[in-house]
Design a protein around this ligand. Structure first.
Ligand code: HEM
Length: 492
């Protein structure tokens, strides 16, 4: 094809114009420094395909702990290391407490539900959710009982394998999601229940597509990727199926609701909706109920089960650590009763190992996106209201100024010289500040009770000798996973 010289000149001038406008706009901002973005694409071409977290950490090495990267035309301020994340999320908690954009799910979520809302809506939903989960025993006995009961079902299931090896992914997800089911829906599912299998396959499919290289591109360039075919286009389909499932459960509750005796989280929310019926601006409406339920399932299932799965892989690598756990369990709990949450304070070694598993497995490496609530000054930079902010939890959990051997699994990070449990301010797998994980108490209880109950009943064994590199988390989009592996639960 022949392109005439006036057309070529016009194209060149247009290109120059776009570049100059972009260059001026970009340089005028007083945002933190970072790699120079290209017009329209930003720094997308600077990111390794499918390795967003790695690329962001490498930029941190080059530009310092506070830098700006552009996803398309949108700036994102990235915070690396304990000090920067603490200054933003704790010292300037009000400025950095808002939820940022998450293009992979924003179209579906539309600002509803506790995890992705902001402002007054978020405050109302967060207060209600925390309070309701507490009334149902969050941090108290009744939720503890649900977890202990589920842990026994899990032991029975593992026993049925008679020491044969298995990939623990499914059974752990089933057990952990049953804890949320019992809180939200009022009952658990049998492990072979069809509804449970449908529910879990929808979660797994959503996570897989969100974490794919395509999902990551969608995160960075939504305006372009929304029009390009690929696995990322399935995300909304999975989410809509999930919504349908939850809607049916809510309708079931509505039909049998007794306002004087709520059975579960859904009942409590429906009662609150009735109480606020006269208030046209109330945030207690069906959309917020459905999205909050989906948030609780999403946030509470993969996270805990992946941490446990990674924990078992680490213990297979270090049998001497597993041995010490057995010793502490034998000494404090014995074999005649099941573990309870009061045991935790008497088991510093187990507590330290669980903390170290969470630090090392680093399952939400990028955190969820935050954004600047106001026009904000941070370390002398000007961050306009609404700018996305990524406080990288992976960089805090492996901060060499905070942990003696940041890249090595080492329970001594959480033990003092006398073997007592030692806190670390940089232990932030649940993030910190106003948006800190709403399920932290529940998750910590689950990790302790599931792990100790399993080790009270089984020894872990594998044909494979795992190396240090085998136990490193595999970074994948928004979540980290352990490598796939098999193990046997040998009756103890
Ligand atoms: C090992 C387990 C878990 C880890 C590592 C984890 C981690 C996180 C992280 C990093 C965030 C983002 C915090 C921020 O934006 O600064 C978060 C938020 C959240 N988590 Fe968890 N989580 C876990 C388990 C749970 C469980 C069991 C629940 C269920 C109740 C849950 C519910 C939530 C909710 C609702 C939010 C959104 C909070 C908000 O936006 O106000 N999480 N979690």
């Amino acid at each position: 094809m022949d392109i005439s010289w006036p057309a070529t000149l016009l194209l060149a001038l247009l290109g120059l114009f776009i570049y100059r406008t972009w260059d001026t706009l970009y340089r005028k901002r007083k945002l933190p420094p970072g790699p120079t973005p290209l017009p329209l694409l930003g720094n997308v071409l600077h990111m390794k395909r499918g390795e967003m977290v790695k690329s962001l950490l490498q930029f941190g090495d080059k530009y310092g702990p506070v830098y700006t990267v552009y996803f398309g035309p949108n700036p994102v301020v990235v915070l690396c290391g304990y000090q920067a994340v603490k200054e933003a999320l704790i010292d300037q908690a009000d400025d950095f407490g808002s939820r940022g954009r998450q293009p992979t799910t924003d179209g579906f979520v539309q600002g509803f539900g506790v995890a992705f809302s902001n402002g007054e809506r978020w405050k109302q939903l967060r207060r209600f959710s925390l309070m309701t989960l507490r009334n149902f025993g969050m941090g108290k006995k009744s939720i503890e009982e649900r977890i202990r009961e589920e842990a026994q079902f899990l032991v029975a299931e593992l026993r049925s394998y008679k020491g044969k090896s298995l990939d623990p992914t499914t059974v752990l997800v089933q057990a952990v999601s049953n804890v949320i089911s019992s809180i939200v829906f009022g009952s658990r599912f049998e492990y072979n229940n069809k509804d449970l299998q449908v529910l879990l396959s929808l979660f797994a499919a959503t996570f897989k597509d969100m974490s794919s290289a395509w999902g990551q591109l969608l995160e960075m360039l939504p305006t372009v990727m929304n029009y390009i075919p690929g696995p990322h286009q399935r995300i909304n389909k999975h989410l809509n199926n999930l919504l349908e499932f939850v809607t049916q459960r809510v309708e079931r509750n509505q039909k049998t609701l007794d306002p004087d005796s709520p059975r579960d989280f859904i009942d409590c929310f429906l009662i609150k909706m009735q109480q606020e019926k006269q208030n046209p601006t109330s945030d207690f409406n069906m959309k917020n109920l459905l999205m909050t339920v989906i948030n609780l399932f999403f946030a509470g299932t993969e996270t805990v089960s992946t941490t446990l799965r990674h924990g078992f892989l680490i213990l297979l690598r270090y049998p001497e650590i597993e041995e010490k756990l057995h010793e502490e369990i034998d000494r404090v709990i014995g074999q005649n009763r099941s573990p309870n949450i009061e045991d935790r304070s008497k088991m510093p070694y187990t507590d330290a190992v669980i903390h170290e598993i969470q630090r090392f497995s680093d399952i939400v490496p990028m955190n969820l996106p935050h954004s600047a609530t106001n026009d904000t000054t941070f370390r002398g930079y000007k961050i306009p209201k609404g700018t996305d902010v990524y406080p990288l939890l992976c960089s805090v959990l492996r901060d060499p100024t905070q942990f003696a051997t940041p890249n090595k699994f080492n329970p001594n990070h959480f033990l003092d010289e006398d073997g007592r449990f030692k806190k670390s301010e940089a232990f932030m797998p649940f993030s910190t500040g106003k948006r800190i994980c709403l399920g932290e108490g529940l998750a910590r209880m689950e990790l302790f009770l599931f792990l100790t109950t399993i080790l009270q009943n089984f020894k872990l064994s594998s044909q494979t000798r795992f190396t240090e590199s085998d136990i490193e988390p595999r970074m994948k989009g928004i979540a980290n996973f352990p490598m796939p592996y098999q193990l046997s639960f040998v009756p103890y």
